[in-house]
Design a protein around this ligand. Structure first.
Ligand SMILES: Cc1ncc(COP(=O)(O)O)c(C=O)c1O
Length: 371
């Protein structure tokens, strides 16, 4: 029997990126493919993004970038996150671009570049208000001046990240944008030109055209989701992923009988139950116990009882024509019905980013609609 699969529609990713490119031109596009491309499969998504005209890729960790290089990706890859002392030596070896914002990172990269006998293009991360990492925006100039003493570390970019661009109230995002602009102006006054200045994530791409600069960094919107319900939908998006499985077992239970751990569902009347071979081990969240929904034969059925590691149970009610092997959709479209990732997020209080990132390694990604 076919196992649980995540079907990824590459034409949706291409379409979403085309929408981004049309909106942000002439700014370039750096496709954010960290965390296995938000669960969609970093390599195939990277290839699709590059074919679609993205000029750069971004990942969070050095090992994510190495995986792409080893698979033959030649485009510039920026590592957004930090790196260990050992990681630093892989950065020149795999011709990666690194993020710097403090002295230790600078020293480690400098040592790695000198040891490799080549240069490492760096992007300086500026903290304009996200409060995670980055050199404080009003202290960026002296840091960049120290960086410029390292010829082996050419300044390729300056970037920052928004904390609230996905809010309806853009006042804090505007403050961050203003600080970013001021940082750029300070550098310019000191005679420093930065080739790539970038700050826009998906929310800013949708709602803050003043934030595009030289390059934008779309993540979640590439995969077809709006970052929140408060952004506009100024670019039409198509969700790329469908999570589906096949009915594993069907049975009838009598009133008073229960299904799954903890007897959290007890039948009020005789009913038909389908068992599906998917669970939290595949990334179907346990919080969907007794509240998820599934499409079978283009009809919606409730998930009943606790979500197990490898199985869930679905109440088919009086519907008796569901058979072993029938397709069941956990999110995505079936017939004219659609279970949206947003509807799952609403039920269990999370964001689309997390829902697709959850899909675990054991779920094969099946690509379709490739060019
Ligand atoms: C530094 C940075 N840039 C861009 C993105 C993409 O953000 P989004 O998925 O909201 O577009 C992320 C994602 O978290 C990020 O950390």
């Amino acid at each position: 029997m076919q196992q649980t699969i995540a079907k990824v529609d590459l034409s949706a990713i291409a379409w979403n990126l085309q929408g981004v490119r049309d909106k942000v031109a002439p700014a370039a596009v750096m496709a954010v493919v960290k965390a296995n491309a938000y669960g969609h499969g970093a390599l195939t998504v990277s290839r699709t993004a590059l074919a679609q005209g993205c000029t750069h890729l971004a990942v969070a960790r050095v090992d994510e970038a190495i995986e792409l290089r080893k698979a033959g990706i030649e485009a510039p890859i920026l590592v957004l996150g930090g790196f260990s002392h050992d990681d630093a030596f892989f950065i020149p070896r795999f011709e990666l671009q690194a993020t710097v914002f403090e002295e230790q990172g600078l020293r480690q990269l400098s040592a790695a570049a000198r040891k490799a006998g080549c240069s490492i293009p760096v992007h300086v991360k500026v903290d304009t208000g996200m409060g995670r990492v980055g050199v404080a925006w009003d202290n960026a100039l002296p840091f960049v001046q120290r960086l410029l003493k390292h010829q082996e570390l050419p300044l390729q970019g300056l970037y920052s990240h928004f904390a609230t661009a996905d809010w309806l109230d853009k006042s804090y995002a505007e403050l961050q944008l203003e600080r970013f602009r001021e940082t750029i102006e300070q550098l310019q006054r000191a005679g420093i030109q930065v080739p790539l200045k970038h700050i826009a994530n998906s929310a800013a791409i949708l709602d803050m055209p003043d934030s595009y600069f030289d390059l934008v960094r779309p993540g979640v919107m590439m995969y077809g989701y709006y970052p929140s319900r408060e952004t506009t939908e100024s670019i039409p998006l198509r969700p790329a992923m469908t999570l589906q499985t096949q009915v594993h077992y069907v049975k009838t239970i009598e009133r008073g009988e229960s299904v799954s751990y903890g007897r959290q569902f007890i039948a009020r009347e005789k009913t038909n139950i389908a068992t599906l071979p998917v669970g939290y081990g595949d990334g179907y969240n346990r919080l969907l116990s007794n509240c998820g929904e599934v499409l079978i034969h283009g009809q919606r059925f409730p998930v009943v009882g606790r979500v197990c590691m490898d199985m869930i149970l679905v109440d088919l009610g009086g519907c008796a024509d569901v058979a072993i092997g029938d397709e069941a959709v956990l999110f995505g479209r079936q017939g004219d019905q659609w279970i949206t990732v947003d509807s799952i997020c609403e039920k269990i209080n999370t964001i689309p980013y997390e829902v697709t990132c959850w899909i675990s390694k054991r779920v094969p990604r099946i690509y379709w609609n490739a060019d």
